[in-house]
Design a binder for this molecule. Structure first.
Ligand code: SAH
Length: 260
């Protein structure tokens, strides 16, 4: 028989991000689901004006008003996840050029293995159109809740509930000895913002090298982003890569001077 665990795992480094939510009730119901599962950090990316702030959000939140009180609003997903080391996007549909796809227990196990040390975001899309491809590419992993394939789109707050429950289950199962522990690493992983800055630098150098045609970039940068997200470089590695880019720029400058 399983005992009913009452412990409250520490989810201080895990945030739920809702992108451009349009129904206030979903914000309230998501806050309630989060609090039920012991989570507290809710970030809203450009919520529709009618959805936030709103009385309906408050009434659907029931006693999770503290979650709503702590809401952070940002103007973009990049801003919402800038300091995150791990970003997992919840998607109702599978896309082409897939990012690594996890099922809910796998996503929860990933989160569990890093939640003590790393900033983590679980990202949810719009009620009508989900997450854009651009937004999905900002995620290290995608998670899909395996539902009826003929009707695979869950209500937003229901999806939040399912994933928060998985995260809680994984945390309770791992407590006190984590089943999956993160490998010991001497450096902090790079944040989303550090990777963004590196990729912007890389883009600039690839254009200078005539490797990337800005008029016809195709999928190059997305593929490169996916590559780096798969590897999850640490901060030192990103610094080394940036150093190489700077040296490349210096060499290019010298070559230009020699040729002029
Ligand atoms: N019609 C949209 C779905 C929007 S549902 C679409 O087809 O993309 C709102 C959000 O809830 C989604 O963006 C996703 O983050 C989450 N969600 C809904 N169903 C899900 C599922 N089966 N698995 C994972 N996330 C889901």
């Amino acid at each position: 028989m399983t005992s009913v665990a009452n412990a409250n795992p520490n989810f201080d480094r895990l945030r739920i991000v809702l992108v451009e939510t349009s129904h206030p009730g979903n914000i309230g119901a998501a806050a309630r689901a989060m609090k039920n599962m012991g989570l507290s950090r809710l970030v809203l990316v450009k919520p529709e004006p009618k959805a936030w702030p709103s009385r309906d959000a408050v009434s659907m939140a029931a006693s999770a008003l503290d979650v709503l009180d702590g809401v952070l609003v940002t103007q973009s997903l990049s801003e919402a996840i800038a300091d995150c080391h791990l970003v997992i996007g919840a998607s109702a549909r599978l896309r082409h050029m897939p990012v690594q796809l996890l099922d809910p227990p796998e996503a929860a196990a990933r989160i569990e293995s890093v939640r003590a040390e790393q900033e983590v975001a679980l990202v949810f899309g719009r009620e009508i159109s989900g997450l854009s491809n651009e937004e999905l590419h900002l995620c290290h992993y995608h998670v899909h809740i395996p539902v009826n394939p003929d009707y695979s789109s869950l209500n937003l707050a229901a999806a939040v509930m399912v994933l928060c429950y998985e995260v809680r289950k994984a945390a309770l199962a791992a407590n006190p000895a984590p089943a999956i522990s993160a490998p010991e690493w001497d450096q902090a992983p790079a944040t989303a913002e550090e990777l963004d800055r590196y990729l912007a630098h890389l883009e600039k150098v690839l254009i200078q090298l005539d490797f990337l045609d800005p008029a016809n970039p195709r999928q190059l940068l997305r593929r490169l982003r996916r590559l780096y997200q798969r590897i999850q470089p640490d901060r030192m590695e990103i610094n080394i890569l940036r150093g190489i880019l700077t040296a490349t720029e210096t060499a290019l400058g010298k070559r230009e001077k020699d040729n002029s």
